[in-house]
Design a protein around this ligand. Sequence first.
Ligand SMILES: *Cc1c(COP(=O)(O)O)cnc(C)c1O
Length: 467
Amino acid sequence: MTSADGTSPEPAALPASDSSGTAPLTSAQRVSAVLRRAVATGLVGEDQPVAGFLDTDGIRASVTSLHAAFAHAPEVLHTFAVKAASLTPVLRLLAGLGMGCEVASPGELRIALDAGVAPSRIVLDSPAKTRQEISEALALGVAVNADNLGELRRIDALRPAGSTSVVGLRVNPQVGGGSIGAMSTATATSKFGVALRDPGARDRVVRAFADRPWLTRLHAHVGSQGCPPALIAEGVAETYRLAEEINRTLGTRQITSLDIGGGLPVNFDGDETRPTFAAHTRMLGAAVPGLFDGRYALVTEFGRSLLAKNGFIGARVEYVKEAGGRRIAVTHAGAQTATRTVLMPDAWPLRIGAFDAGGDPRTGAPLCQDIAGPCCFAGDVVAHGRELPELEEGDLVVLYDTGAYYFSTPWAYNSLPRPAVHGFTTGRSGSVRLTTVRAAQTLDEIAAESGLAHVDALVSLARPPGD
Ligand SMILES: *Cc1c(COP(=O)(O)O)cnc(C)c1O
């Protein structure tokens, strides 16, 4: 089976406390209901050993809480950082909920447009934009945040008269990093933005604005997972002060909007959403008292905090074995879909759930197990020495909180296919509906991507005659 029919509800399966409205479902209960439906319809199991699942109700609720947290700001464009879930149906859902897109490549721009997002609601942010990418964005009316002064000079040459694109400049407030170096964009030596505290940088930035009346936005994305919200707020405060300084110096309110980036971290060790968007805006408001008074329109670019807790990976246990006294469950969820967790296990731990082959939670006594993946390298383990009910062949493991940056961002290692992604909704009576967001990659697609069209290219490559 390749797609869910999504029509016949599963029999009541959720706890009675849900239908009486007294206790919200835990993620394990909701996940179990979805897994049982997915197993029954062939979306996960022997033939489809790994798949991603997205909670559409949860996504709607997350977007609602984002909007509510910024409701007191007169003008805000909330964009979704497309790299967090580069799936066209997700972008279409988000667009319908009033969100734009933050894109960082021609591919991301393309899928945002395919999803029906208006160019005026798209922000282009990559640090390595080519002249062609810049020209296309400016022709479409997509907002462009220049990463550096060299890029601004390119924009000088490429910007068509009457361009409707908002153009901004990304700055690096250099407020420091968080607990994950690779996620920290505001360190002293970060590759992103104009490093604001470097000697002479502030003056150069002021001059860049003075020379370009069409440069009307400042942008800062201080960091992602591992960056404390207080550090993000400090970076936004620095950016706000710079905007005020520039406008004061120029004697006009040339900067009309601030793009404050995304980066709100996600709690990967429990069901609770922490920190909330509301807590974040309270912290921003405390750090930057004028931020929400309407003097600047705002743009946000959240990714992980909107999607992570609204998705999970389900994967079949193909074998269980022992090695050196360690119990190992060999599953189909490894580095091809949980790349960061496998390659940087200390920075990206995930909660794992144990379910039987039918999708019901396993309840046995905890046993110390490694949860390994299918890739052919020894480190392909998504959880080391985890206490979980004993897993058996055919069981399902769940990788929680993987709705952002996991199944949507696969790694082609071992020519493993991109897993399918399914969206779900759960009714209060326990019914589950599923729909396909992306089909699993086929062997024909893998063959095509592996150069099948050029199969003889190397054997027929002859040395230049006479050389
Ligand atoms: C990745 C990124 C984001 C989104 O970060 P999250 O941590 O997913 O919220 C926003 N803006 C820029 C420029 C980014 O590179």
